[in-house]
Ligand binder design. Structure first.
Ligand code: HEM
Ligand code: HEM
Length: 220
């Protein structure tokens, strides 16, 4: 008789961190799209309207939340008491397994890649990539914030990101920040598709694992 066993894959901290990151990014995309191309000024007397101001306020607020979540995720990667998983982000360095996974996914071979780490090689590459993308959008975001307001914590962080401002100029930094947003939108589509696909094909509870922390496995 086959039994379904559930094992814990994600700690509560990782799950909360994941959804705080997702929420921030969704709000940052929404407000960012408005900042780039204000599609409405809302009805009424212009003197009483402050829509762009609110959009910028929430953009920067959730930008700070994303930065906090990013630092927290890096901390967990090294110091989590459940699983310090920084090594899992480098699973792609096992080139043999990487090739195995590519061949398997391209239906060239039916030999599945070995699950030596939390992530498969291609997954680790995608997750390491998204971490660098988050870092890049935070750094360019702080150049944009700091160039208009240089007091307090923002002013302090600006000291470290100012060289980028000086080297590239504000227009290029804003352009990079904007282009990065489209990469986030692309990532979101592929990532959600992969999560739904894995959940439906492998029936291993992947999708809900980011909610309840558990993965399902068939055992004889
Ligand atoms: C996934 C995360 C983010 C996305 C998708 C995003 C998106 C955008 C977009 C599309 C713009 C408009 C650029 C343009 O005018 O063409 C923008 C502007 C801006 N972003 Fe972000 N952003 C993100 C994260 C951040 C972070 C972390 C910060 C700061 C901590 C930040 C601060 C700013 C600032 C200050 C502006 C300029 C506002 C203005 O021109 O008045 N952003 N963002
Ligand atoms: C732009 C938004 C998103 C980002 C940046 C993101 C990032 C990540 C990262 C880095 C991981 C690996 C675990 C970790 O290190 O925390 C992960 C796993 C996961 N995410 Fe997301 N995610 C996003 C949106 C979503 C959405 C909207 C869903 C829901 C449909 C989702 C479902 C999952 C699931 C089910 C996993 C576990 C899959 C696995 O075993 O690798 N994610 N995500």
């Amino acid at each position: 008789m086959e039994k379904i066993v559930s094992t814990k894959k994600w700690s509560a901290a990782i799950r909360i961190n994941h959804w705080v990151t997702v929420l921030s990014i969704l709000i940052l995309i929404g407000t960012g799209l408005y900042i780039a191309r204000p599609f409405t000024a809302s009805a009424g007397d212009t003197m009483d309207r402050y829509l762009m101001g609110y959009m910028r306020f929430f953009h920067i607020l959730f930008g700070m939340l994303l930065s906090f979540a990013f630092i927290w995720r890096v901390y967990l990667a090294f110091f989590s008491r459940f699983k310090a998983d920084w090594k899992d982000f480098f699973a792609f360095l096992d080139f043999k397994n990487l090739v195995k996974q590519i061949k398997f996914y391209l239906l060239i071979s039916d030999e599945a890649p070995e699950e030596k780490y939390i992530y498969l090689p291609m997954q680790s590459l995608a997750y390491l990539g998204i971490m660098f993308m988050i870092l890049a959008i935070i750094v360019t975001g702080f150049v944009l914030t700091g160039s208009g307001f240089d007091k307090g914590l923002v002013g302090f962080i600006y000291i470290f990101v100012k060289p980028l401002h000086t080297m590239l100029g504000l227009a290029t930094v804003k352009f990079l920040h904007h282009i990065l947003m489209w990469f986030f939108i692309l990532y979101l589509i592929v990532h959600v598709y992969m999560a739904l696909w894995t959940n439906a094909v492998k029936k291993d509870g992947t999708l809900f694992s980011m909610i309840n922390g558990m993965m399902l496995e068939k055992k004889k």
